[in-house]
Design a protein around this ligand. Sequence first.
Ligand code: FA5
Length: 342
Amino acid sequence: MKVDFEKIFKEFEEDISRIKDLKSFKEVKDKYLSKEKGLITSLLKKIKEIPREEKPQFGKNVNILKGKITGKLEELKEKVELLELESRAKEESVDITLPGLDLPVGSHHPIKIVEKEICEIFERMGYFIAEGPEIETDFNNFEALNFPDDHPARDAQDTFFISEDKYYLLRTHTSPVQIRTMKKYGTPIKIIAPGKVFRRDTPDPTHSPIFHQIEGLVVDKNITMADLKGTLEKFARECFSEDTRIRLRPSFFPFVEPGAEVDISCIFCKGKGCRICKNSGWIEILGAGMVHPAVFEKCDIDPETYSGFAFGLGVDRIAILKYGIPDIRLFFENDVRFLRQF
Ligand code: FA5
């Protein structure tokens, strides 16, 4: 059997002259050097058909051919890789004259801006931030806060219960964080607890079924109502303006005694009377009071030794006042035209 090694090498040279990228390089390499179907392999397989005395020379010739082909391909490989890189760089190059993409930049939600501002005021007064879950137990949300069994807030009309036995619910205020903190850390305490709360209130311009509160709790020896009033006065001046005044009106919350609703002097008419304050000169912003002894007892704190005050303010209502927003529902509709303004 005659094999023309010269001719094979010529054909190989023609093949490599047509190589222009890695793909065609691989095709040529496979044609000659592939272990399964390559030409060199098929020549080696033919060795058994060769007369005995010609076998050594034939083997030698195949090896020489293989060496020449391998050498040439190795030389070429580097060049092809470089070519490939250049053409990729050309294709992927950035046209710096094209106009840039307009990536919209997000902003903080107005409720979060106001929540942060309020938290910072209290942090400057030495308060720590505490947190509690939005899903609460009846114990933390009502029982430990001294709500009687027949209190209307415990009614399914007012509370979103999430278990059949009405034990788990969406917290209706941030006051359960008071219970969690007293139970976990004992005394003394000086915390604020911001968060979402939920009530089955019909939505209207000042009511939303989801809204935000910030709870405050201070417990130590000799804490008095004067401390509460001084703290809230300082808060009102920092949150609104230096000339803002506050007034406390007696009110009832089962977990405080005495309890109070706290008003600020109307920030729009400065107390003269206008449409927003319904001509009273005052706007209600929060509930507050001295921690009820029964609540201390539920949390294993001795009411004879310790006293404390607590308050709970509605962040959404404060944001409405600060920004002059006509309807609380705007905060929850997520209309970017509204949100973009903050
Ligand atoms: C409470 O929730 C008490 N836990 C506050 C408190 C804490 C009192 C500590 C004493 C001691 P009240 O139900 O009044 O209180 O709610 C507090 C504030 O939440 C209100 O002043 C109001 O600003 C806001 N608020 C109440 N209901 C809604 C609602 N549906 N939508 C928006 N804001 C509301």
